[in-house]
Design a protein around this ligand. Structure first.
Ligand code: AHR
Length: 494
């Protein structure tokens, strides 16, 4: 018998706005993300804008990237920003101790990153060094990028060619302080955070800083509890959370050659995001009932073994329909929790983990995850339409997961509904009650393929792309749509 799901969409008075920043990205000095991914240098034969690949810029503009987090990740707590300013030939080198032990020349630094964000029309999100840095180094960086001057750091910035400050709003106070950021206890870090936040001057009356505390690893609820309890409200705007999807942490398996059991476990960890966000939010609600502090999921995505023959420290993996399933379901979770989740960053933009873009010399391709992010960008800054979903189960080896995930929003007279069916073999018929929406007609796009393991290769770069989808009917306020196995569909109604 055909599997059936039902969805009821409601228009409510005080529904939250889905912050566009939920659709953020992350670019670390890791493997070929910055060097060789974004940045090829201005003497490269690959077309570039100040050393950044033009094809990458164009693809990210199309995606409407709202914010970009940099320079890490674990790298952030080893990074000394002053090494990355001034004449490139004078810059010291740094050994990337976390990622492959490679030596880099600091040729991509603060100016390069912040100018890139301007070109992309994306808000920069700087993750500053707390683990191996100092309060002064942090405060100086803020002054360098945000102070109009005169001041020692603004004068230095001007000397190096940038007259006006960039006005950086989003600041991470360290990264994974429970691990690579310094192996701290939450109590110790909460105190340290208070000290750092105290010396974070905004410098600009218009520009209020958005300070983000390094957050919990997955279900470490104690971490969130301590930060919320011990950090005074006037010193914090966001608390982070990191959670990746994988088969097994110690045996991650191939990014392309996986079986259904491995797919199922990956989806178990991906769908856990719903529970994580709900439980971390419940803790935040206790200390911040008005919801003023944001939950910032600034690292999420699929993590597998690296592609054969590549540096294990470079985290280079392919991206299949499995990744499209992770992206579609996770973004639905973020949309549905947009009252508390107001920033998120997929890890990572180019050539690392669940990348939206892969490059090989002059070649570039867009992954299935890219297309999911693109199909979903209609939700950016739209009003959430809360929904009730009754989903059939996707059963594998006696275990089960909800097969369907959904979210909906409205903006500028348009309604968008995003649906995912994660079942590896069975289609699902979804009946959606849209009576309250006053929509006359729908159009739709689908992302799917013949095999879950399919991906876009450099030889067949457009193997998987979104297609027009017509397998639905609207009759008297009821929309019936048949979702193919492992597919993402976004409907637009007007
Ligand atoms: O995204 C890769 C790494 O994962 C980041 O550097 C770190 O923060 C996390 O553990």
């Amino acid at each position: 018998a055909q599997k059936k799901a039902s969805v009821t969409i409601n228009k409510v008075e005080d529904a939250p706005t889905i912050s566009k920043h939920i659709y953020g990205h992350f670019a670390e000095h890791l493997g070929r993300c910055i060097y060789g991914g974004f940045f090829v240098g201005d003497t490269s034969s690959i077309p570039n804008v100040d050393g950044v690949r033009k094809d990458v810029i164009d693809a990210l503009k199309e995606l409407k990237v709202p914010n970009l987090r940099w320079p890490g990740g674990c790298f952030a707590d080893t990074y000394h920003w002053k090494d990355g300013i001034g004449p490139k030939e004078d810059r010291p080198t740094i050994v990337n101790t976390w990622w492959g032990g490679v030596t880099e020349d600091n040729s991509f630094g603060t100016h390069d990153f912040l100018n890139l964000c301007e070109v992309l029309d994306a808000e920069p999100y700087l993750a500053a060094n707390v683990g191996s840095g100092t309060v002064k180094e942090f405060a100086d960086w803020l002054q360098y990028v945000n102070h109009i001057g005169p001041s020692p750091m603004a004068d230095l910035r001007k000397k190096y060619g940038r007259e006006t400050p960039w006005g950086v709003k989003y600041w991470g106070v360290g990264n994974e302080m429970w691990g690579c950021g310094g192996n701290m206890t939450p109590e110790y870090y909460a105190n340290l955070y208070r000290k750092y936040a105290t010396f974070m001057t905004s410098w600009d009356n218009e520009q209020h800083l958005f300070r983000i505390a390094s957050g919990a690893n997955v279900d470490d609820y104690h971490w969130t509890e301590v930060l919320m309890r011990d950090i005074p409200k006037h010193l914090i705007e966001g608390v982070a959370l990191h959670s990746y999807s994988y088969v097994e942490w110690d045996e991650k398996g191939s990014s392309v050659n996986f079986d259904e059991a491995q797919y199922f476990s990956t989806m178990q960890t991906a769908l856990r995001m719903e529970e994580l966000v709900t439980k971390h939010t419940a803790i935040m609600d206790k200390y911040d009932p008005k919801g003023e502090i944001a939950l910032v999921v600034d690292e999420w995505g699929g993590w597998y073994n690296v592609m054969e023959g590549t540096n294990p420290g470079f985290l280079y993996q392919q991206n299949t329909m499995r990744d499209a399933m992770i992206a579609g379901t996770t973004l639905n979770t973020f949309n549905n929790h947009s009252d508390r989740v107001r920033i998120a960053n997929l890890a990572q933009t180019v050539n690392v983990l669940q990348a939206v873009i892969l490059t090989e010399d002059e070649k570039m391709l867009l992954t299935p995850t890219y297309y999911v992010m693109k199909m979903y960008n209609v939700h950016q800054d739209a009003t959430l339409l809360p929904l009730q979903l009754i989903s059939p189960e996707y059963v594998f080896n006696g275990e089960s997961l909800p097969a369907v995930s959904a979210s909906a929003s409205t903006k500028d007279g348009l309604t968008h509904i995003s649906l995912v069916n994660i079942d590896a073999a069975k289609e699902v018929e979804v009946t959606i009650n849209v009576e309250s929406l006053n929509v006359k007609s729908f159009t739709a796009e689908v992302l799917t393929s013949s095999k879950l393991q399919d991906y876009n290769s450099f030889e067949k770069a457009t193997n998987i792309t979104p297609k027009e989808f017509k397998d639905f009917k609207l009759k008297k306020g009821s929309l019936t749509i048949t979702l193919p196995p492992f597919s993402v569909v976004v409907l637009e109604g007007k």
